[in-house]
Design a protein around this ligand. Structure first.
Ligand code: HEM
Length: 132
């Protein structure tokens, strides 16, 4: 990611992180499970804790984007835990699409082409580290 992309991601996350996790993360998982219903059973019945965990992890990672190396170990460990959940390499594309779609709903006209590109780079580098 470039310095400018980091600025764009941080700026848009400041808007999104204040949205109630039930709504923001709920929208994300809703989209994911609509696109691929089979994924629902990988997750717990009650999703509130999962919503909070996802938001907390995104807060941590986005806060440290300019020194991402300092969270590399945490990202690698998260990737390992995902293997244990039965997550496959192919799933990351589906999750990325549902995530970008959710950002678009949350940001509306602020989800410009360059903001989208910045988030795509952010997600892809995160996903690549987890997969590795
Ligand atoms: C960049 C991509 C992703 C991020 C940042 C992320 C983040 C998280 C976090 C923070 C947790 C909480 C538990 C933990 O930290 O281990 C979690 C759990 C989980 N994630 Fe992900 N995830 C990602 C990709 C995926 C993908 C591609 C799938 C595939 C469907 C997936 C499925 C799951 C499942 C099944 C759980 C465990 C639910 C449970 O049993 O409690 N995640 N994820």
């Amino acid at each position: 990611m470039t310095q400018y992309e980091i600025v764009l991601v941080k700026r848009s996350w400041r808007t999104l992180r204040n949205i109630n996790p039930e709504i923001l993360a709920g929208t994300f998982y809703g989209k994911l499970f609509t696109e691929r219903p089979a994924l629902r059973r990988m997750f717990p019945k009650e999703m509130s804790l999962q919503y909070q965990k996802l938001m907390d992890m995104l807060n941590t990672i986005i806060a440290r984007l300019e020194n991402i190396d300092t969270v590399d170990d945490e990202i690698m460990n998260m990737g390992k835990r995902h293997l244990g959940y039965g997550v496959k390499k192919e799933h990351y594309g589906l999750v990325g699409n549902a995530f970008l779609w959710t950002l678009e709903q949350g940001l509306g006209p602020d989800f410009t082409k360059e903001v989208k590109q910045a988030w795509m780079n952010c997600y892809n580098s995160l996903a690549q580290k987890m997969i590795r």
